[in-house]
Each structure stands twice: as structure tokens, then as C-alpha cells.
Design a protein around this ligand. Structure first.
Ligand code: KIV
Length: 280
């Protein structure tokens, strides 16, 4: 059965069934009400309020500066816009730095304030206890491995991972460990298809790829990159399916022009006066 948030609320069981049945599912990022509403209307089953908002919305060099309050507030807006999607909150660097209790506290905010269905953590063996603690507390956890942008301070340092046999062996072992400690899904960023295939074969949970090739069960990209909004240099794995950035610029230029030449506001944009009451 096709996942359709216009018809049903999407659940973890739906994503698991999809993966088990060899079907793929789509996932996109969303950071606001309007984009979330459009995503749900388009039938996108899974949305991630990603800490990529640090670069996309805030123009920062890395994702490290994303405040917890901000990402939770934006997750609330996304949930209002897309009540039926499977909603994932991204654990920001600031919460990861605080260790297990801070991660648990942030996860509760994603669940209780934004009604997120799952939390995603950029993780490795060092954070295995936090994954286990989240699982024990009833959270659905997505373990993000491969390229973990929170590990770098500048965009120039973002590089594909697991590109040789030994690195793939370590990645598979790390993913298996995450699943053993309670991760319900794995997200692999910027790894070759050989690495993703090996992980898919080794774990019995859905594997989501972000630039990880066709073997993955789900696929996610940053929505702004896919829509052609931004600096025009999206990662190579992004399908650029629109040129919304160009359309926005053209519309804004027309607006400036119309104000300059007096075309706007025209008669159709102006409120009329109330008709004066006729004396009897
Ligand atoms: O923050 C984000 O948007 C992400 C995805 C691109 C995987 O982590």
C-alpha cells in the first residue's frame, strides 16, 4: 500500500512495512508551516526538521549553532502544517554536547511540544548509551551515520565517507551496534552505494539515504536544494527539480519595478470608502 499522508497518519509501522516490502519512501526537510503544508499536500510521507536549517535559514557555516528553542519552535510550525506526516526532529549539536540527560530533555521537547514521531541523532559508538536511554524512554530513534555535519566547522570540510572496504566494515559494525542499542532506523549520509548496501544487508530496520545510493529504503534531501533555492551549489546527489529561487528573484524584481513605475498599487489593490448612509 502506498504511503499517503493526505489519507492516513503515517506511522513507524508503515515505514517498516514499506521497507520490508521492498518499496521506497520519500523524505524531505521542512522548517516552516507553509512548506510543511505543501509537502503534505504533495504526498510527502516523512518530514525532517533538520539542523541543516543552520545553513539554509540562518546562513551559518556549520550546523553547530542551531538553538534548541528555535528548532523546537520550527518543528511545532511544521507539525501544524503537516499533521499527518511522520515527523522527525533533529537533535541539535547544543543538546548532543550536554550528554544523555540533555539529549533526553531535548527529545521530550520534540515529542511534547512539537508532536514529533521520532528524533534523529548524529551518532556513533560514543553516543550508544544515549540511543539506549532514548529507546528505554519510549522514543523512536533514527541513528545518523556516515557523514555527520555536526563534526565539522565549515562547509568545505563536508566529505563523503566509507569509501573503502575497511571503512565500510566499521560503518556496518557501528550501524549494527546502534540497532542493537535500540535505533529504529538508520540514516546514512554521503556514502557510496556499496556501503549502504552492506548496511541494508546487515540490519533489520529501515535505512534512509541522504546521498547514499539506490540501495536505501528511504531517501532524503534538503528541500531548498531540491527546489533550486539558495546558492546554486547543492551536493551532487540532489535532484534539482525546480528553479524556485529564480522565480522568487524575478517576482521580487517585478515588485520593485512596479512600485518604481507606479503600476502598483492599481485600482484593484485599493479599498473603497463605505457608501454614506442616504438620509430618509
Ligand atoms: O539536517 C538535515 O537536514 C539532515 C539531513 C539532510 C539528513 O540531517
Amino acid at each position: 500500500m502506498k504511503l499517503d499522508p493526505r489519507r492516513d497518519k503515517i506511522t513507524l509501522a508503515d515505514l517498516q512495512a514499506c521497507a520490508a516490502g521492498g518499496r521506497r519512501f520519500a523524505m524531505l526537510t521542512a522548517y516552516d508551516f507553509a512548506m510543511a503544508s505543501q509537502a503534505q499536500a504533495a504526498g510527502v510521507p516523512v518530514l525532517l526538521v533538520g539542523d541543516s536549517l543552520g545553513s539554509v535559514l540562518l546562513g551559518q557555516e556549520s550546523t553547530r549553532g542551531v538553538p534548541l528553542d528555535l528548532i523546537v519552535t520550527l518543528a511545532e510550525a511544521v507539525r501544524r502544517g503537516a499533521p499527518q506526516v511522520y515527523l522527525v526532529g533533529d537533535m541539535p549539536y547544543v543538546a548532543m554536547q550536554g550528554g544523555r540527560d540533555s539529549i533526553l530533555a531535548a527529545a521530550r521537547r520534540f515529542r511534547d511540544e512539537a508532536r514529533c514521531d521520532a528524533v534523529k541523532l548524529e551518532t556513533g559508538r560514543a553516543d550508544a548509551d544515549s540511543v539506549a536511554a532514548l529507546h528505554a524512554d519510549g522514543f523512536t530513534v533514527i541513528a545518523h551515520l556516515g557523514l555527520c555535519p555536526q563534526q565539522v566547522e565549515t562547509r568545505a570540510e563536508l566529505r563523503a565517507q566509507a569509501r573503502d572496504a575497511e571503512a565500510i566494515r566499521i560503518l556496518v559494525a557501528d550501524c549494527s551496534e546502534m540497532v542493537a542499542r535500540g535505533a529504529d532506523m538508520i540514516l546514512l549520509e554521503a556514502v557510496p552505494n556499496e556501503a549502504a548496501s552492506a548496511v541494508v544487508a546487515a540490519v533489520d530496520v529501515p535505512v534512509i539515504g541522504c546521498g547514499a545510493g539506490p540501495a536505501c529504503h528511504g531517501h532524503v534531501v534538503v528541500t531548498h536544494d531540491m527546489l533550486g533555492i539558495g546558492d546554486g551549489r547543492p551536493p551532487r546527489f540532489v535532484p534539482v527539480l525546480a528553479s524556485v529561487g529564480r522565480d522568487i528573484e524575478a517576482a521580487m524584481a517585478t515588485y520593485v519595478e512596479q512600485i518604481g513605475d507606479g503600476t502598483y498599487p492599481g485600482p484593484e489593490h485599493v479599498y473603497g470608502m463605505r457608501k454614506a448612509a442616504t438620509p430618509s
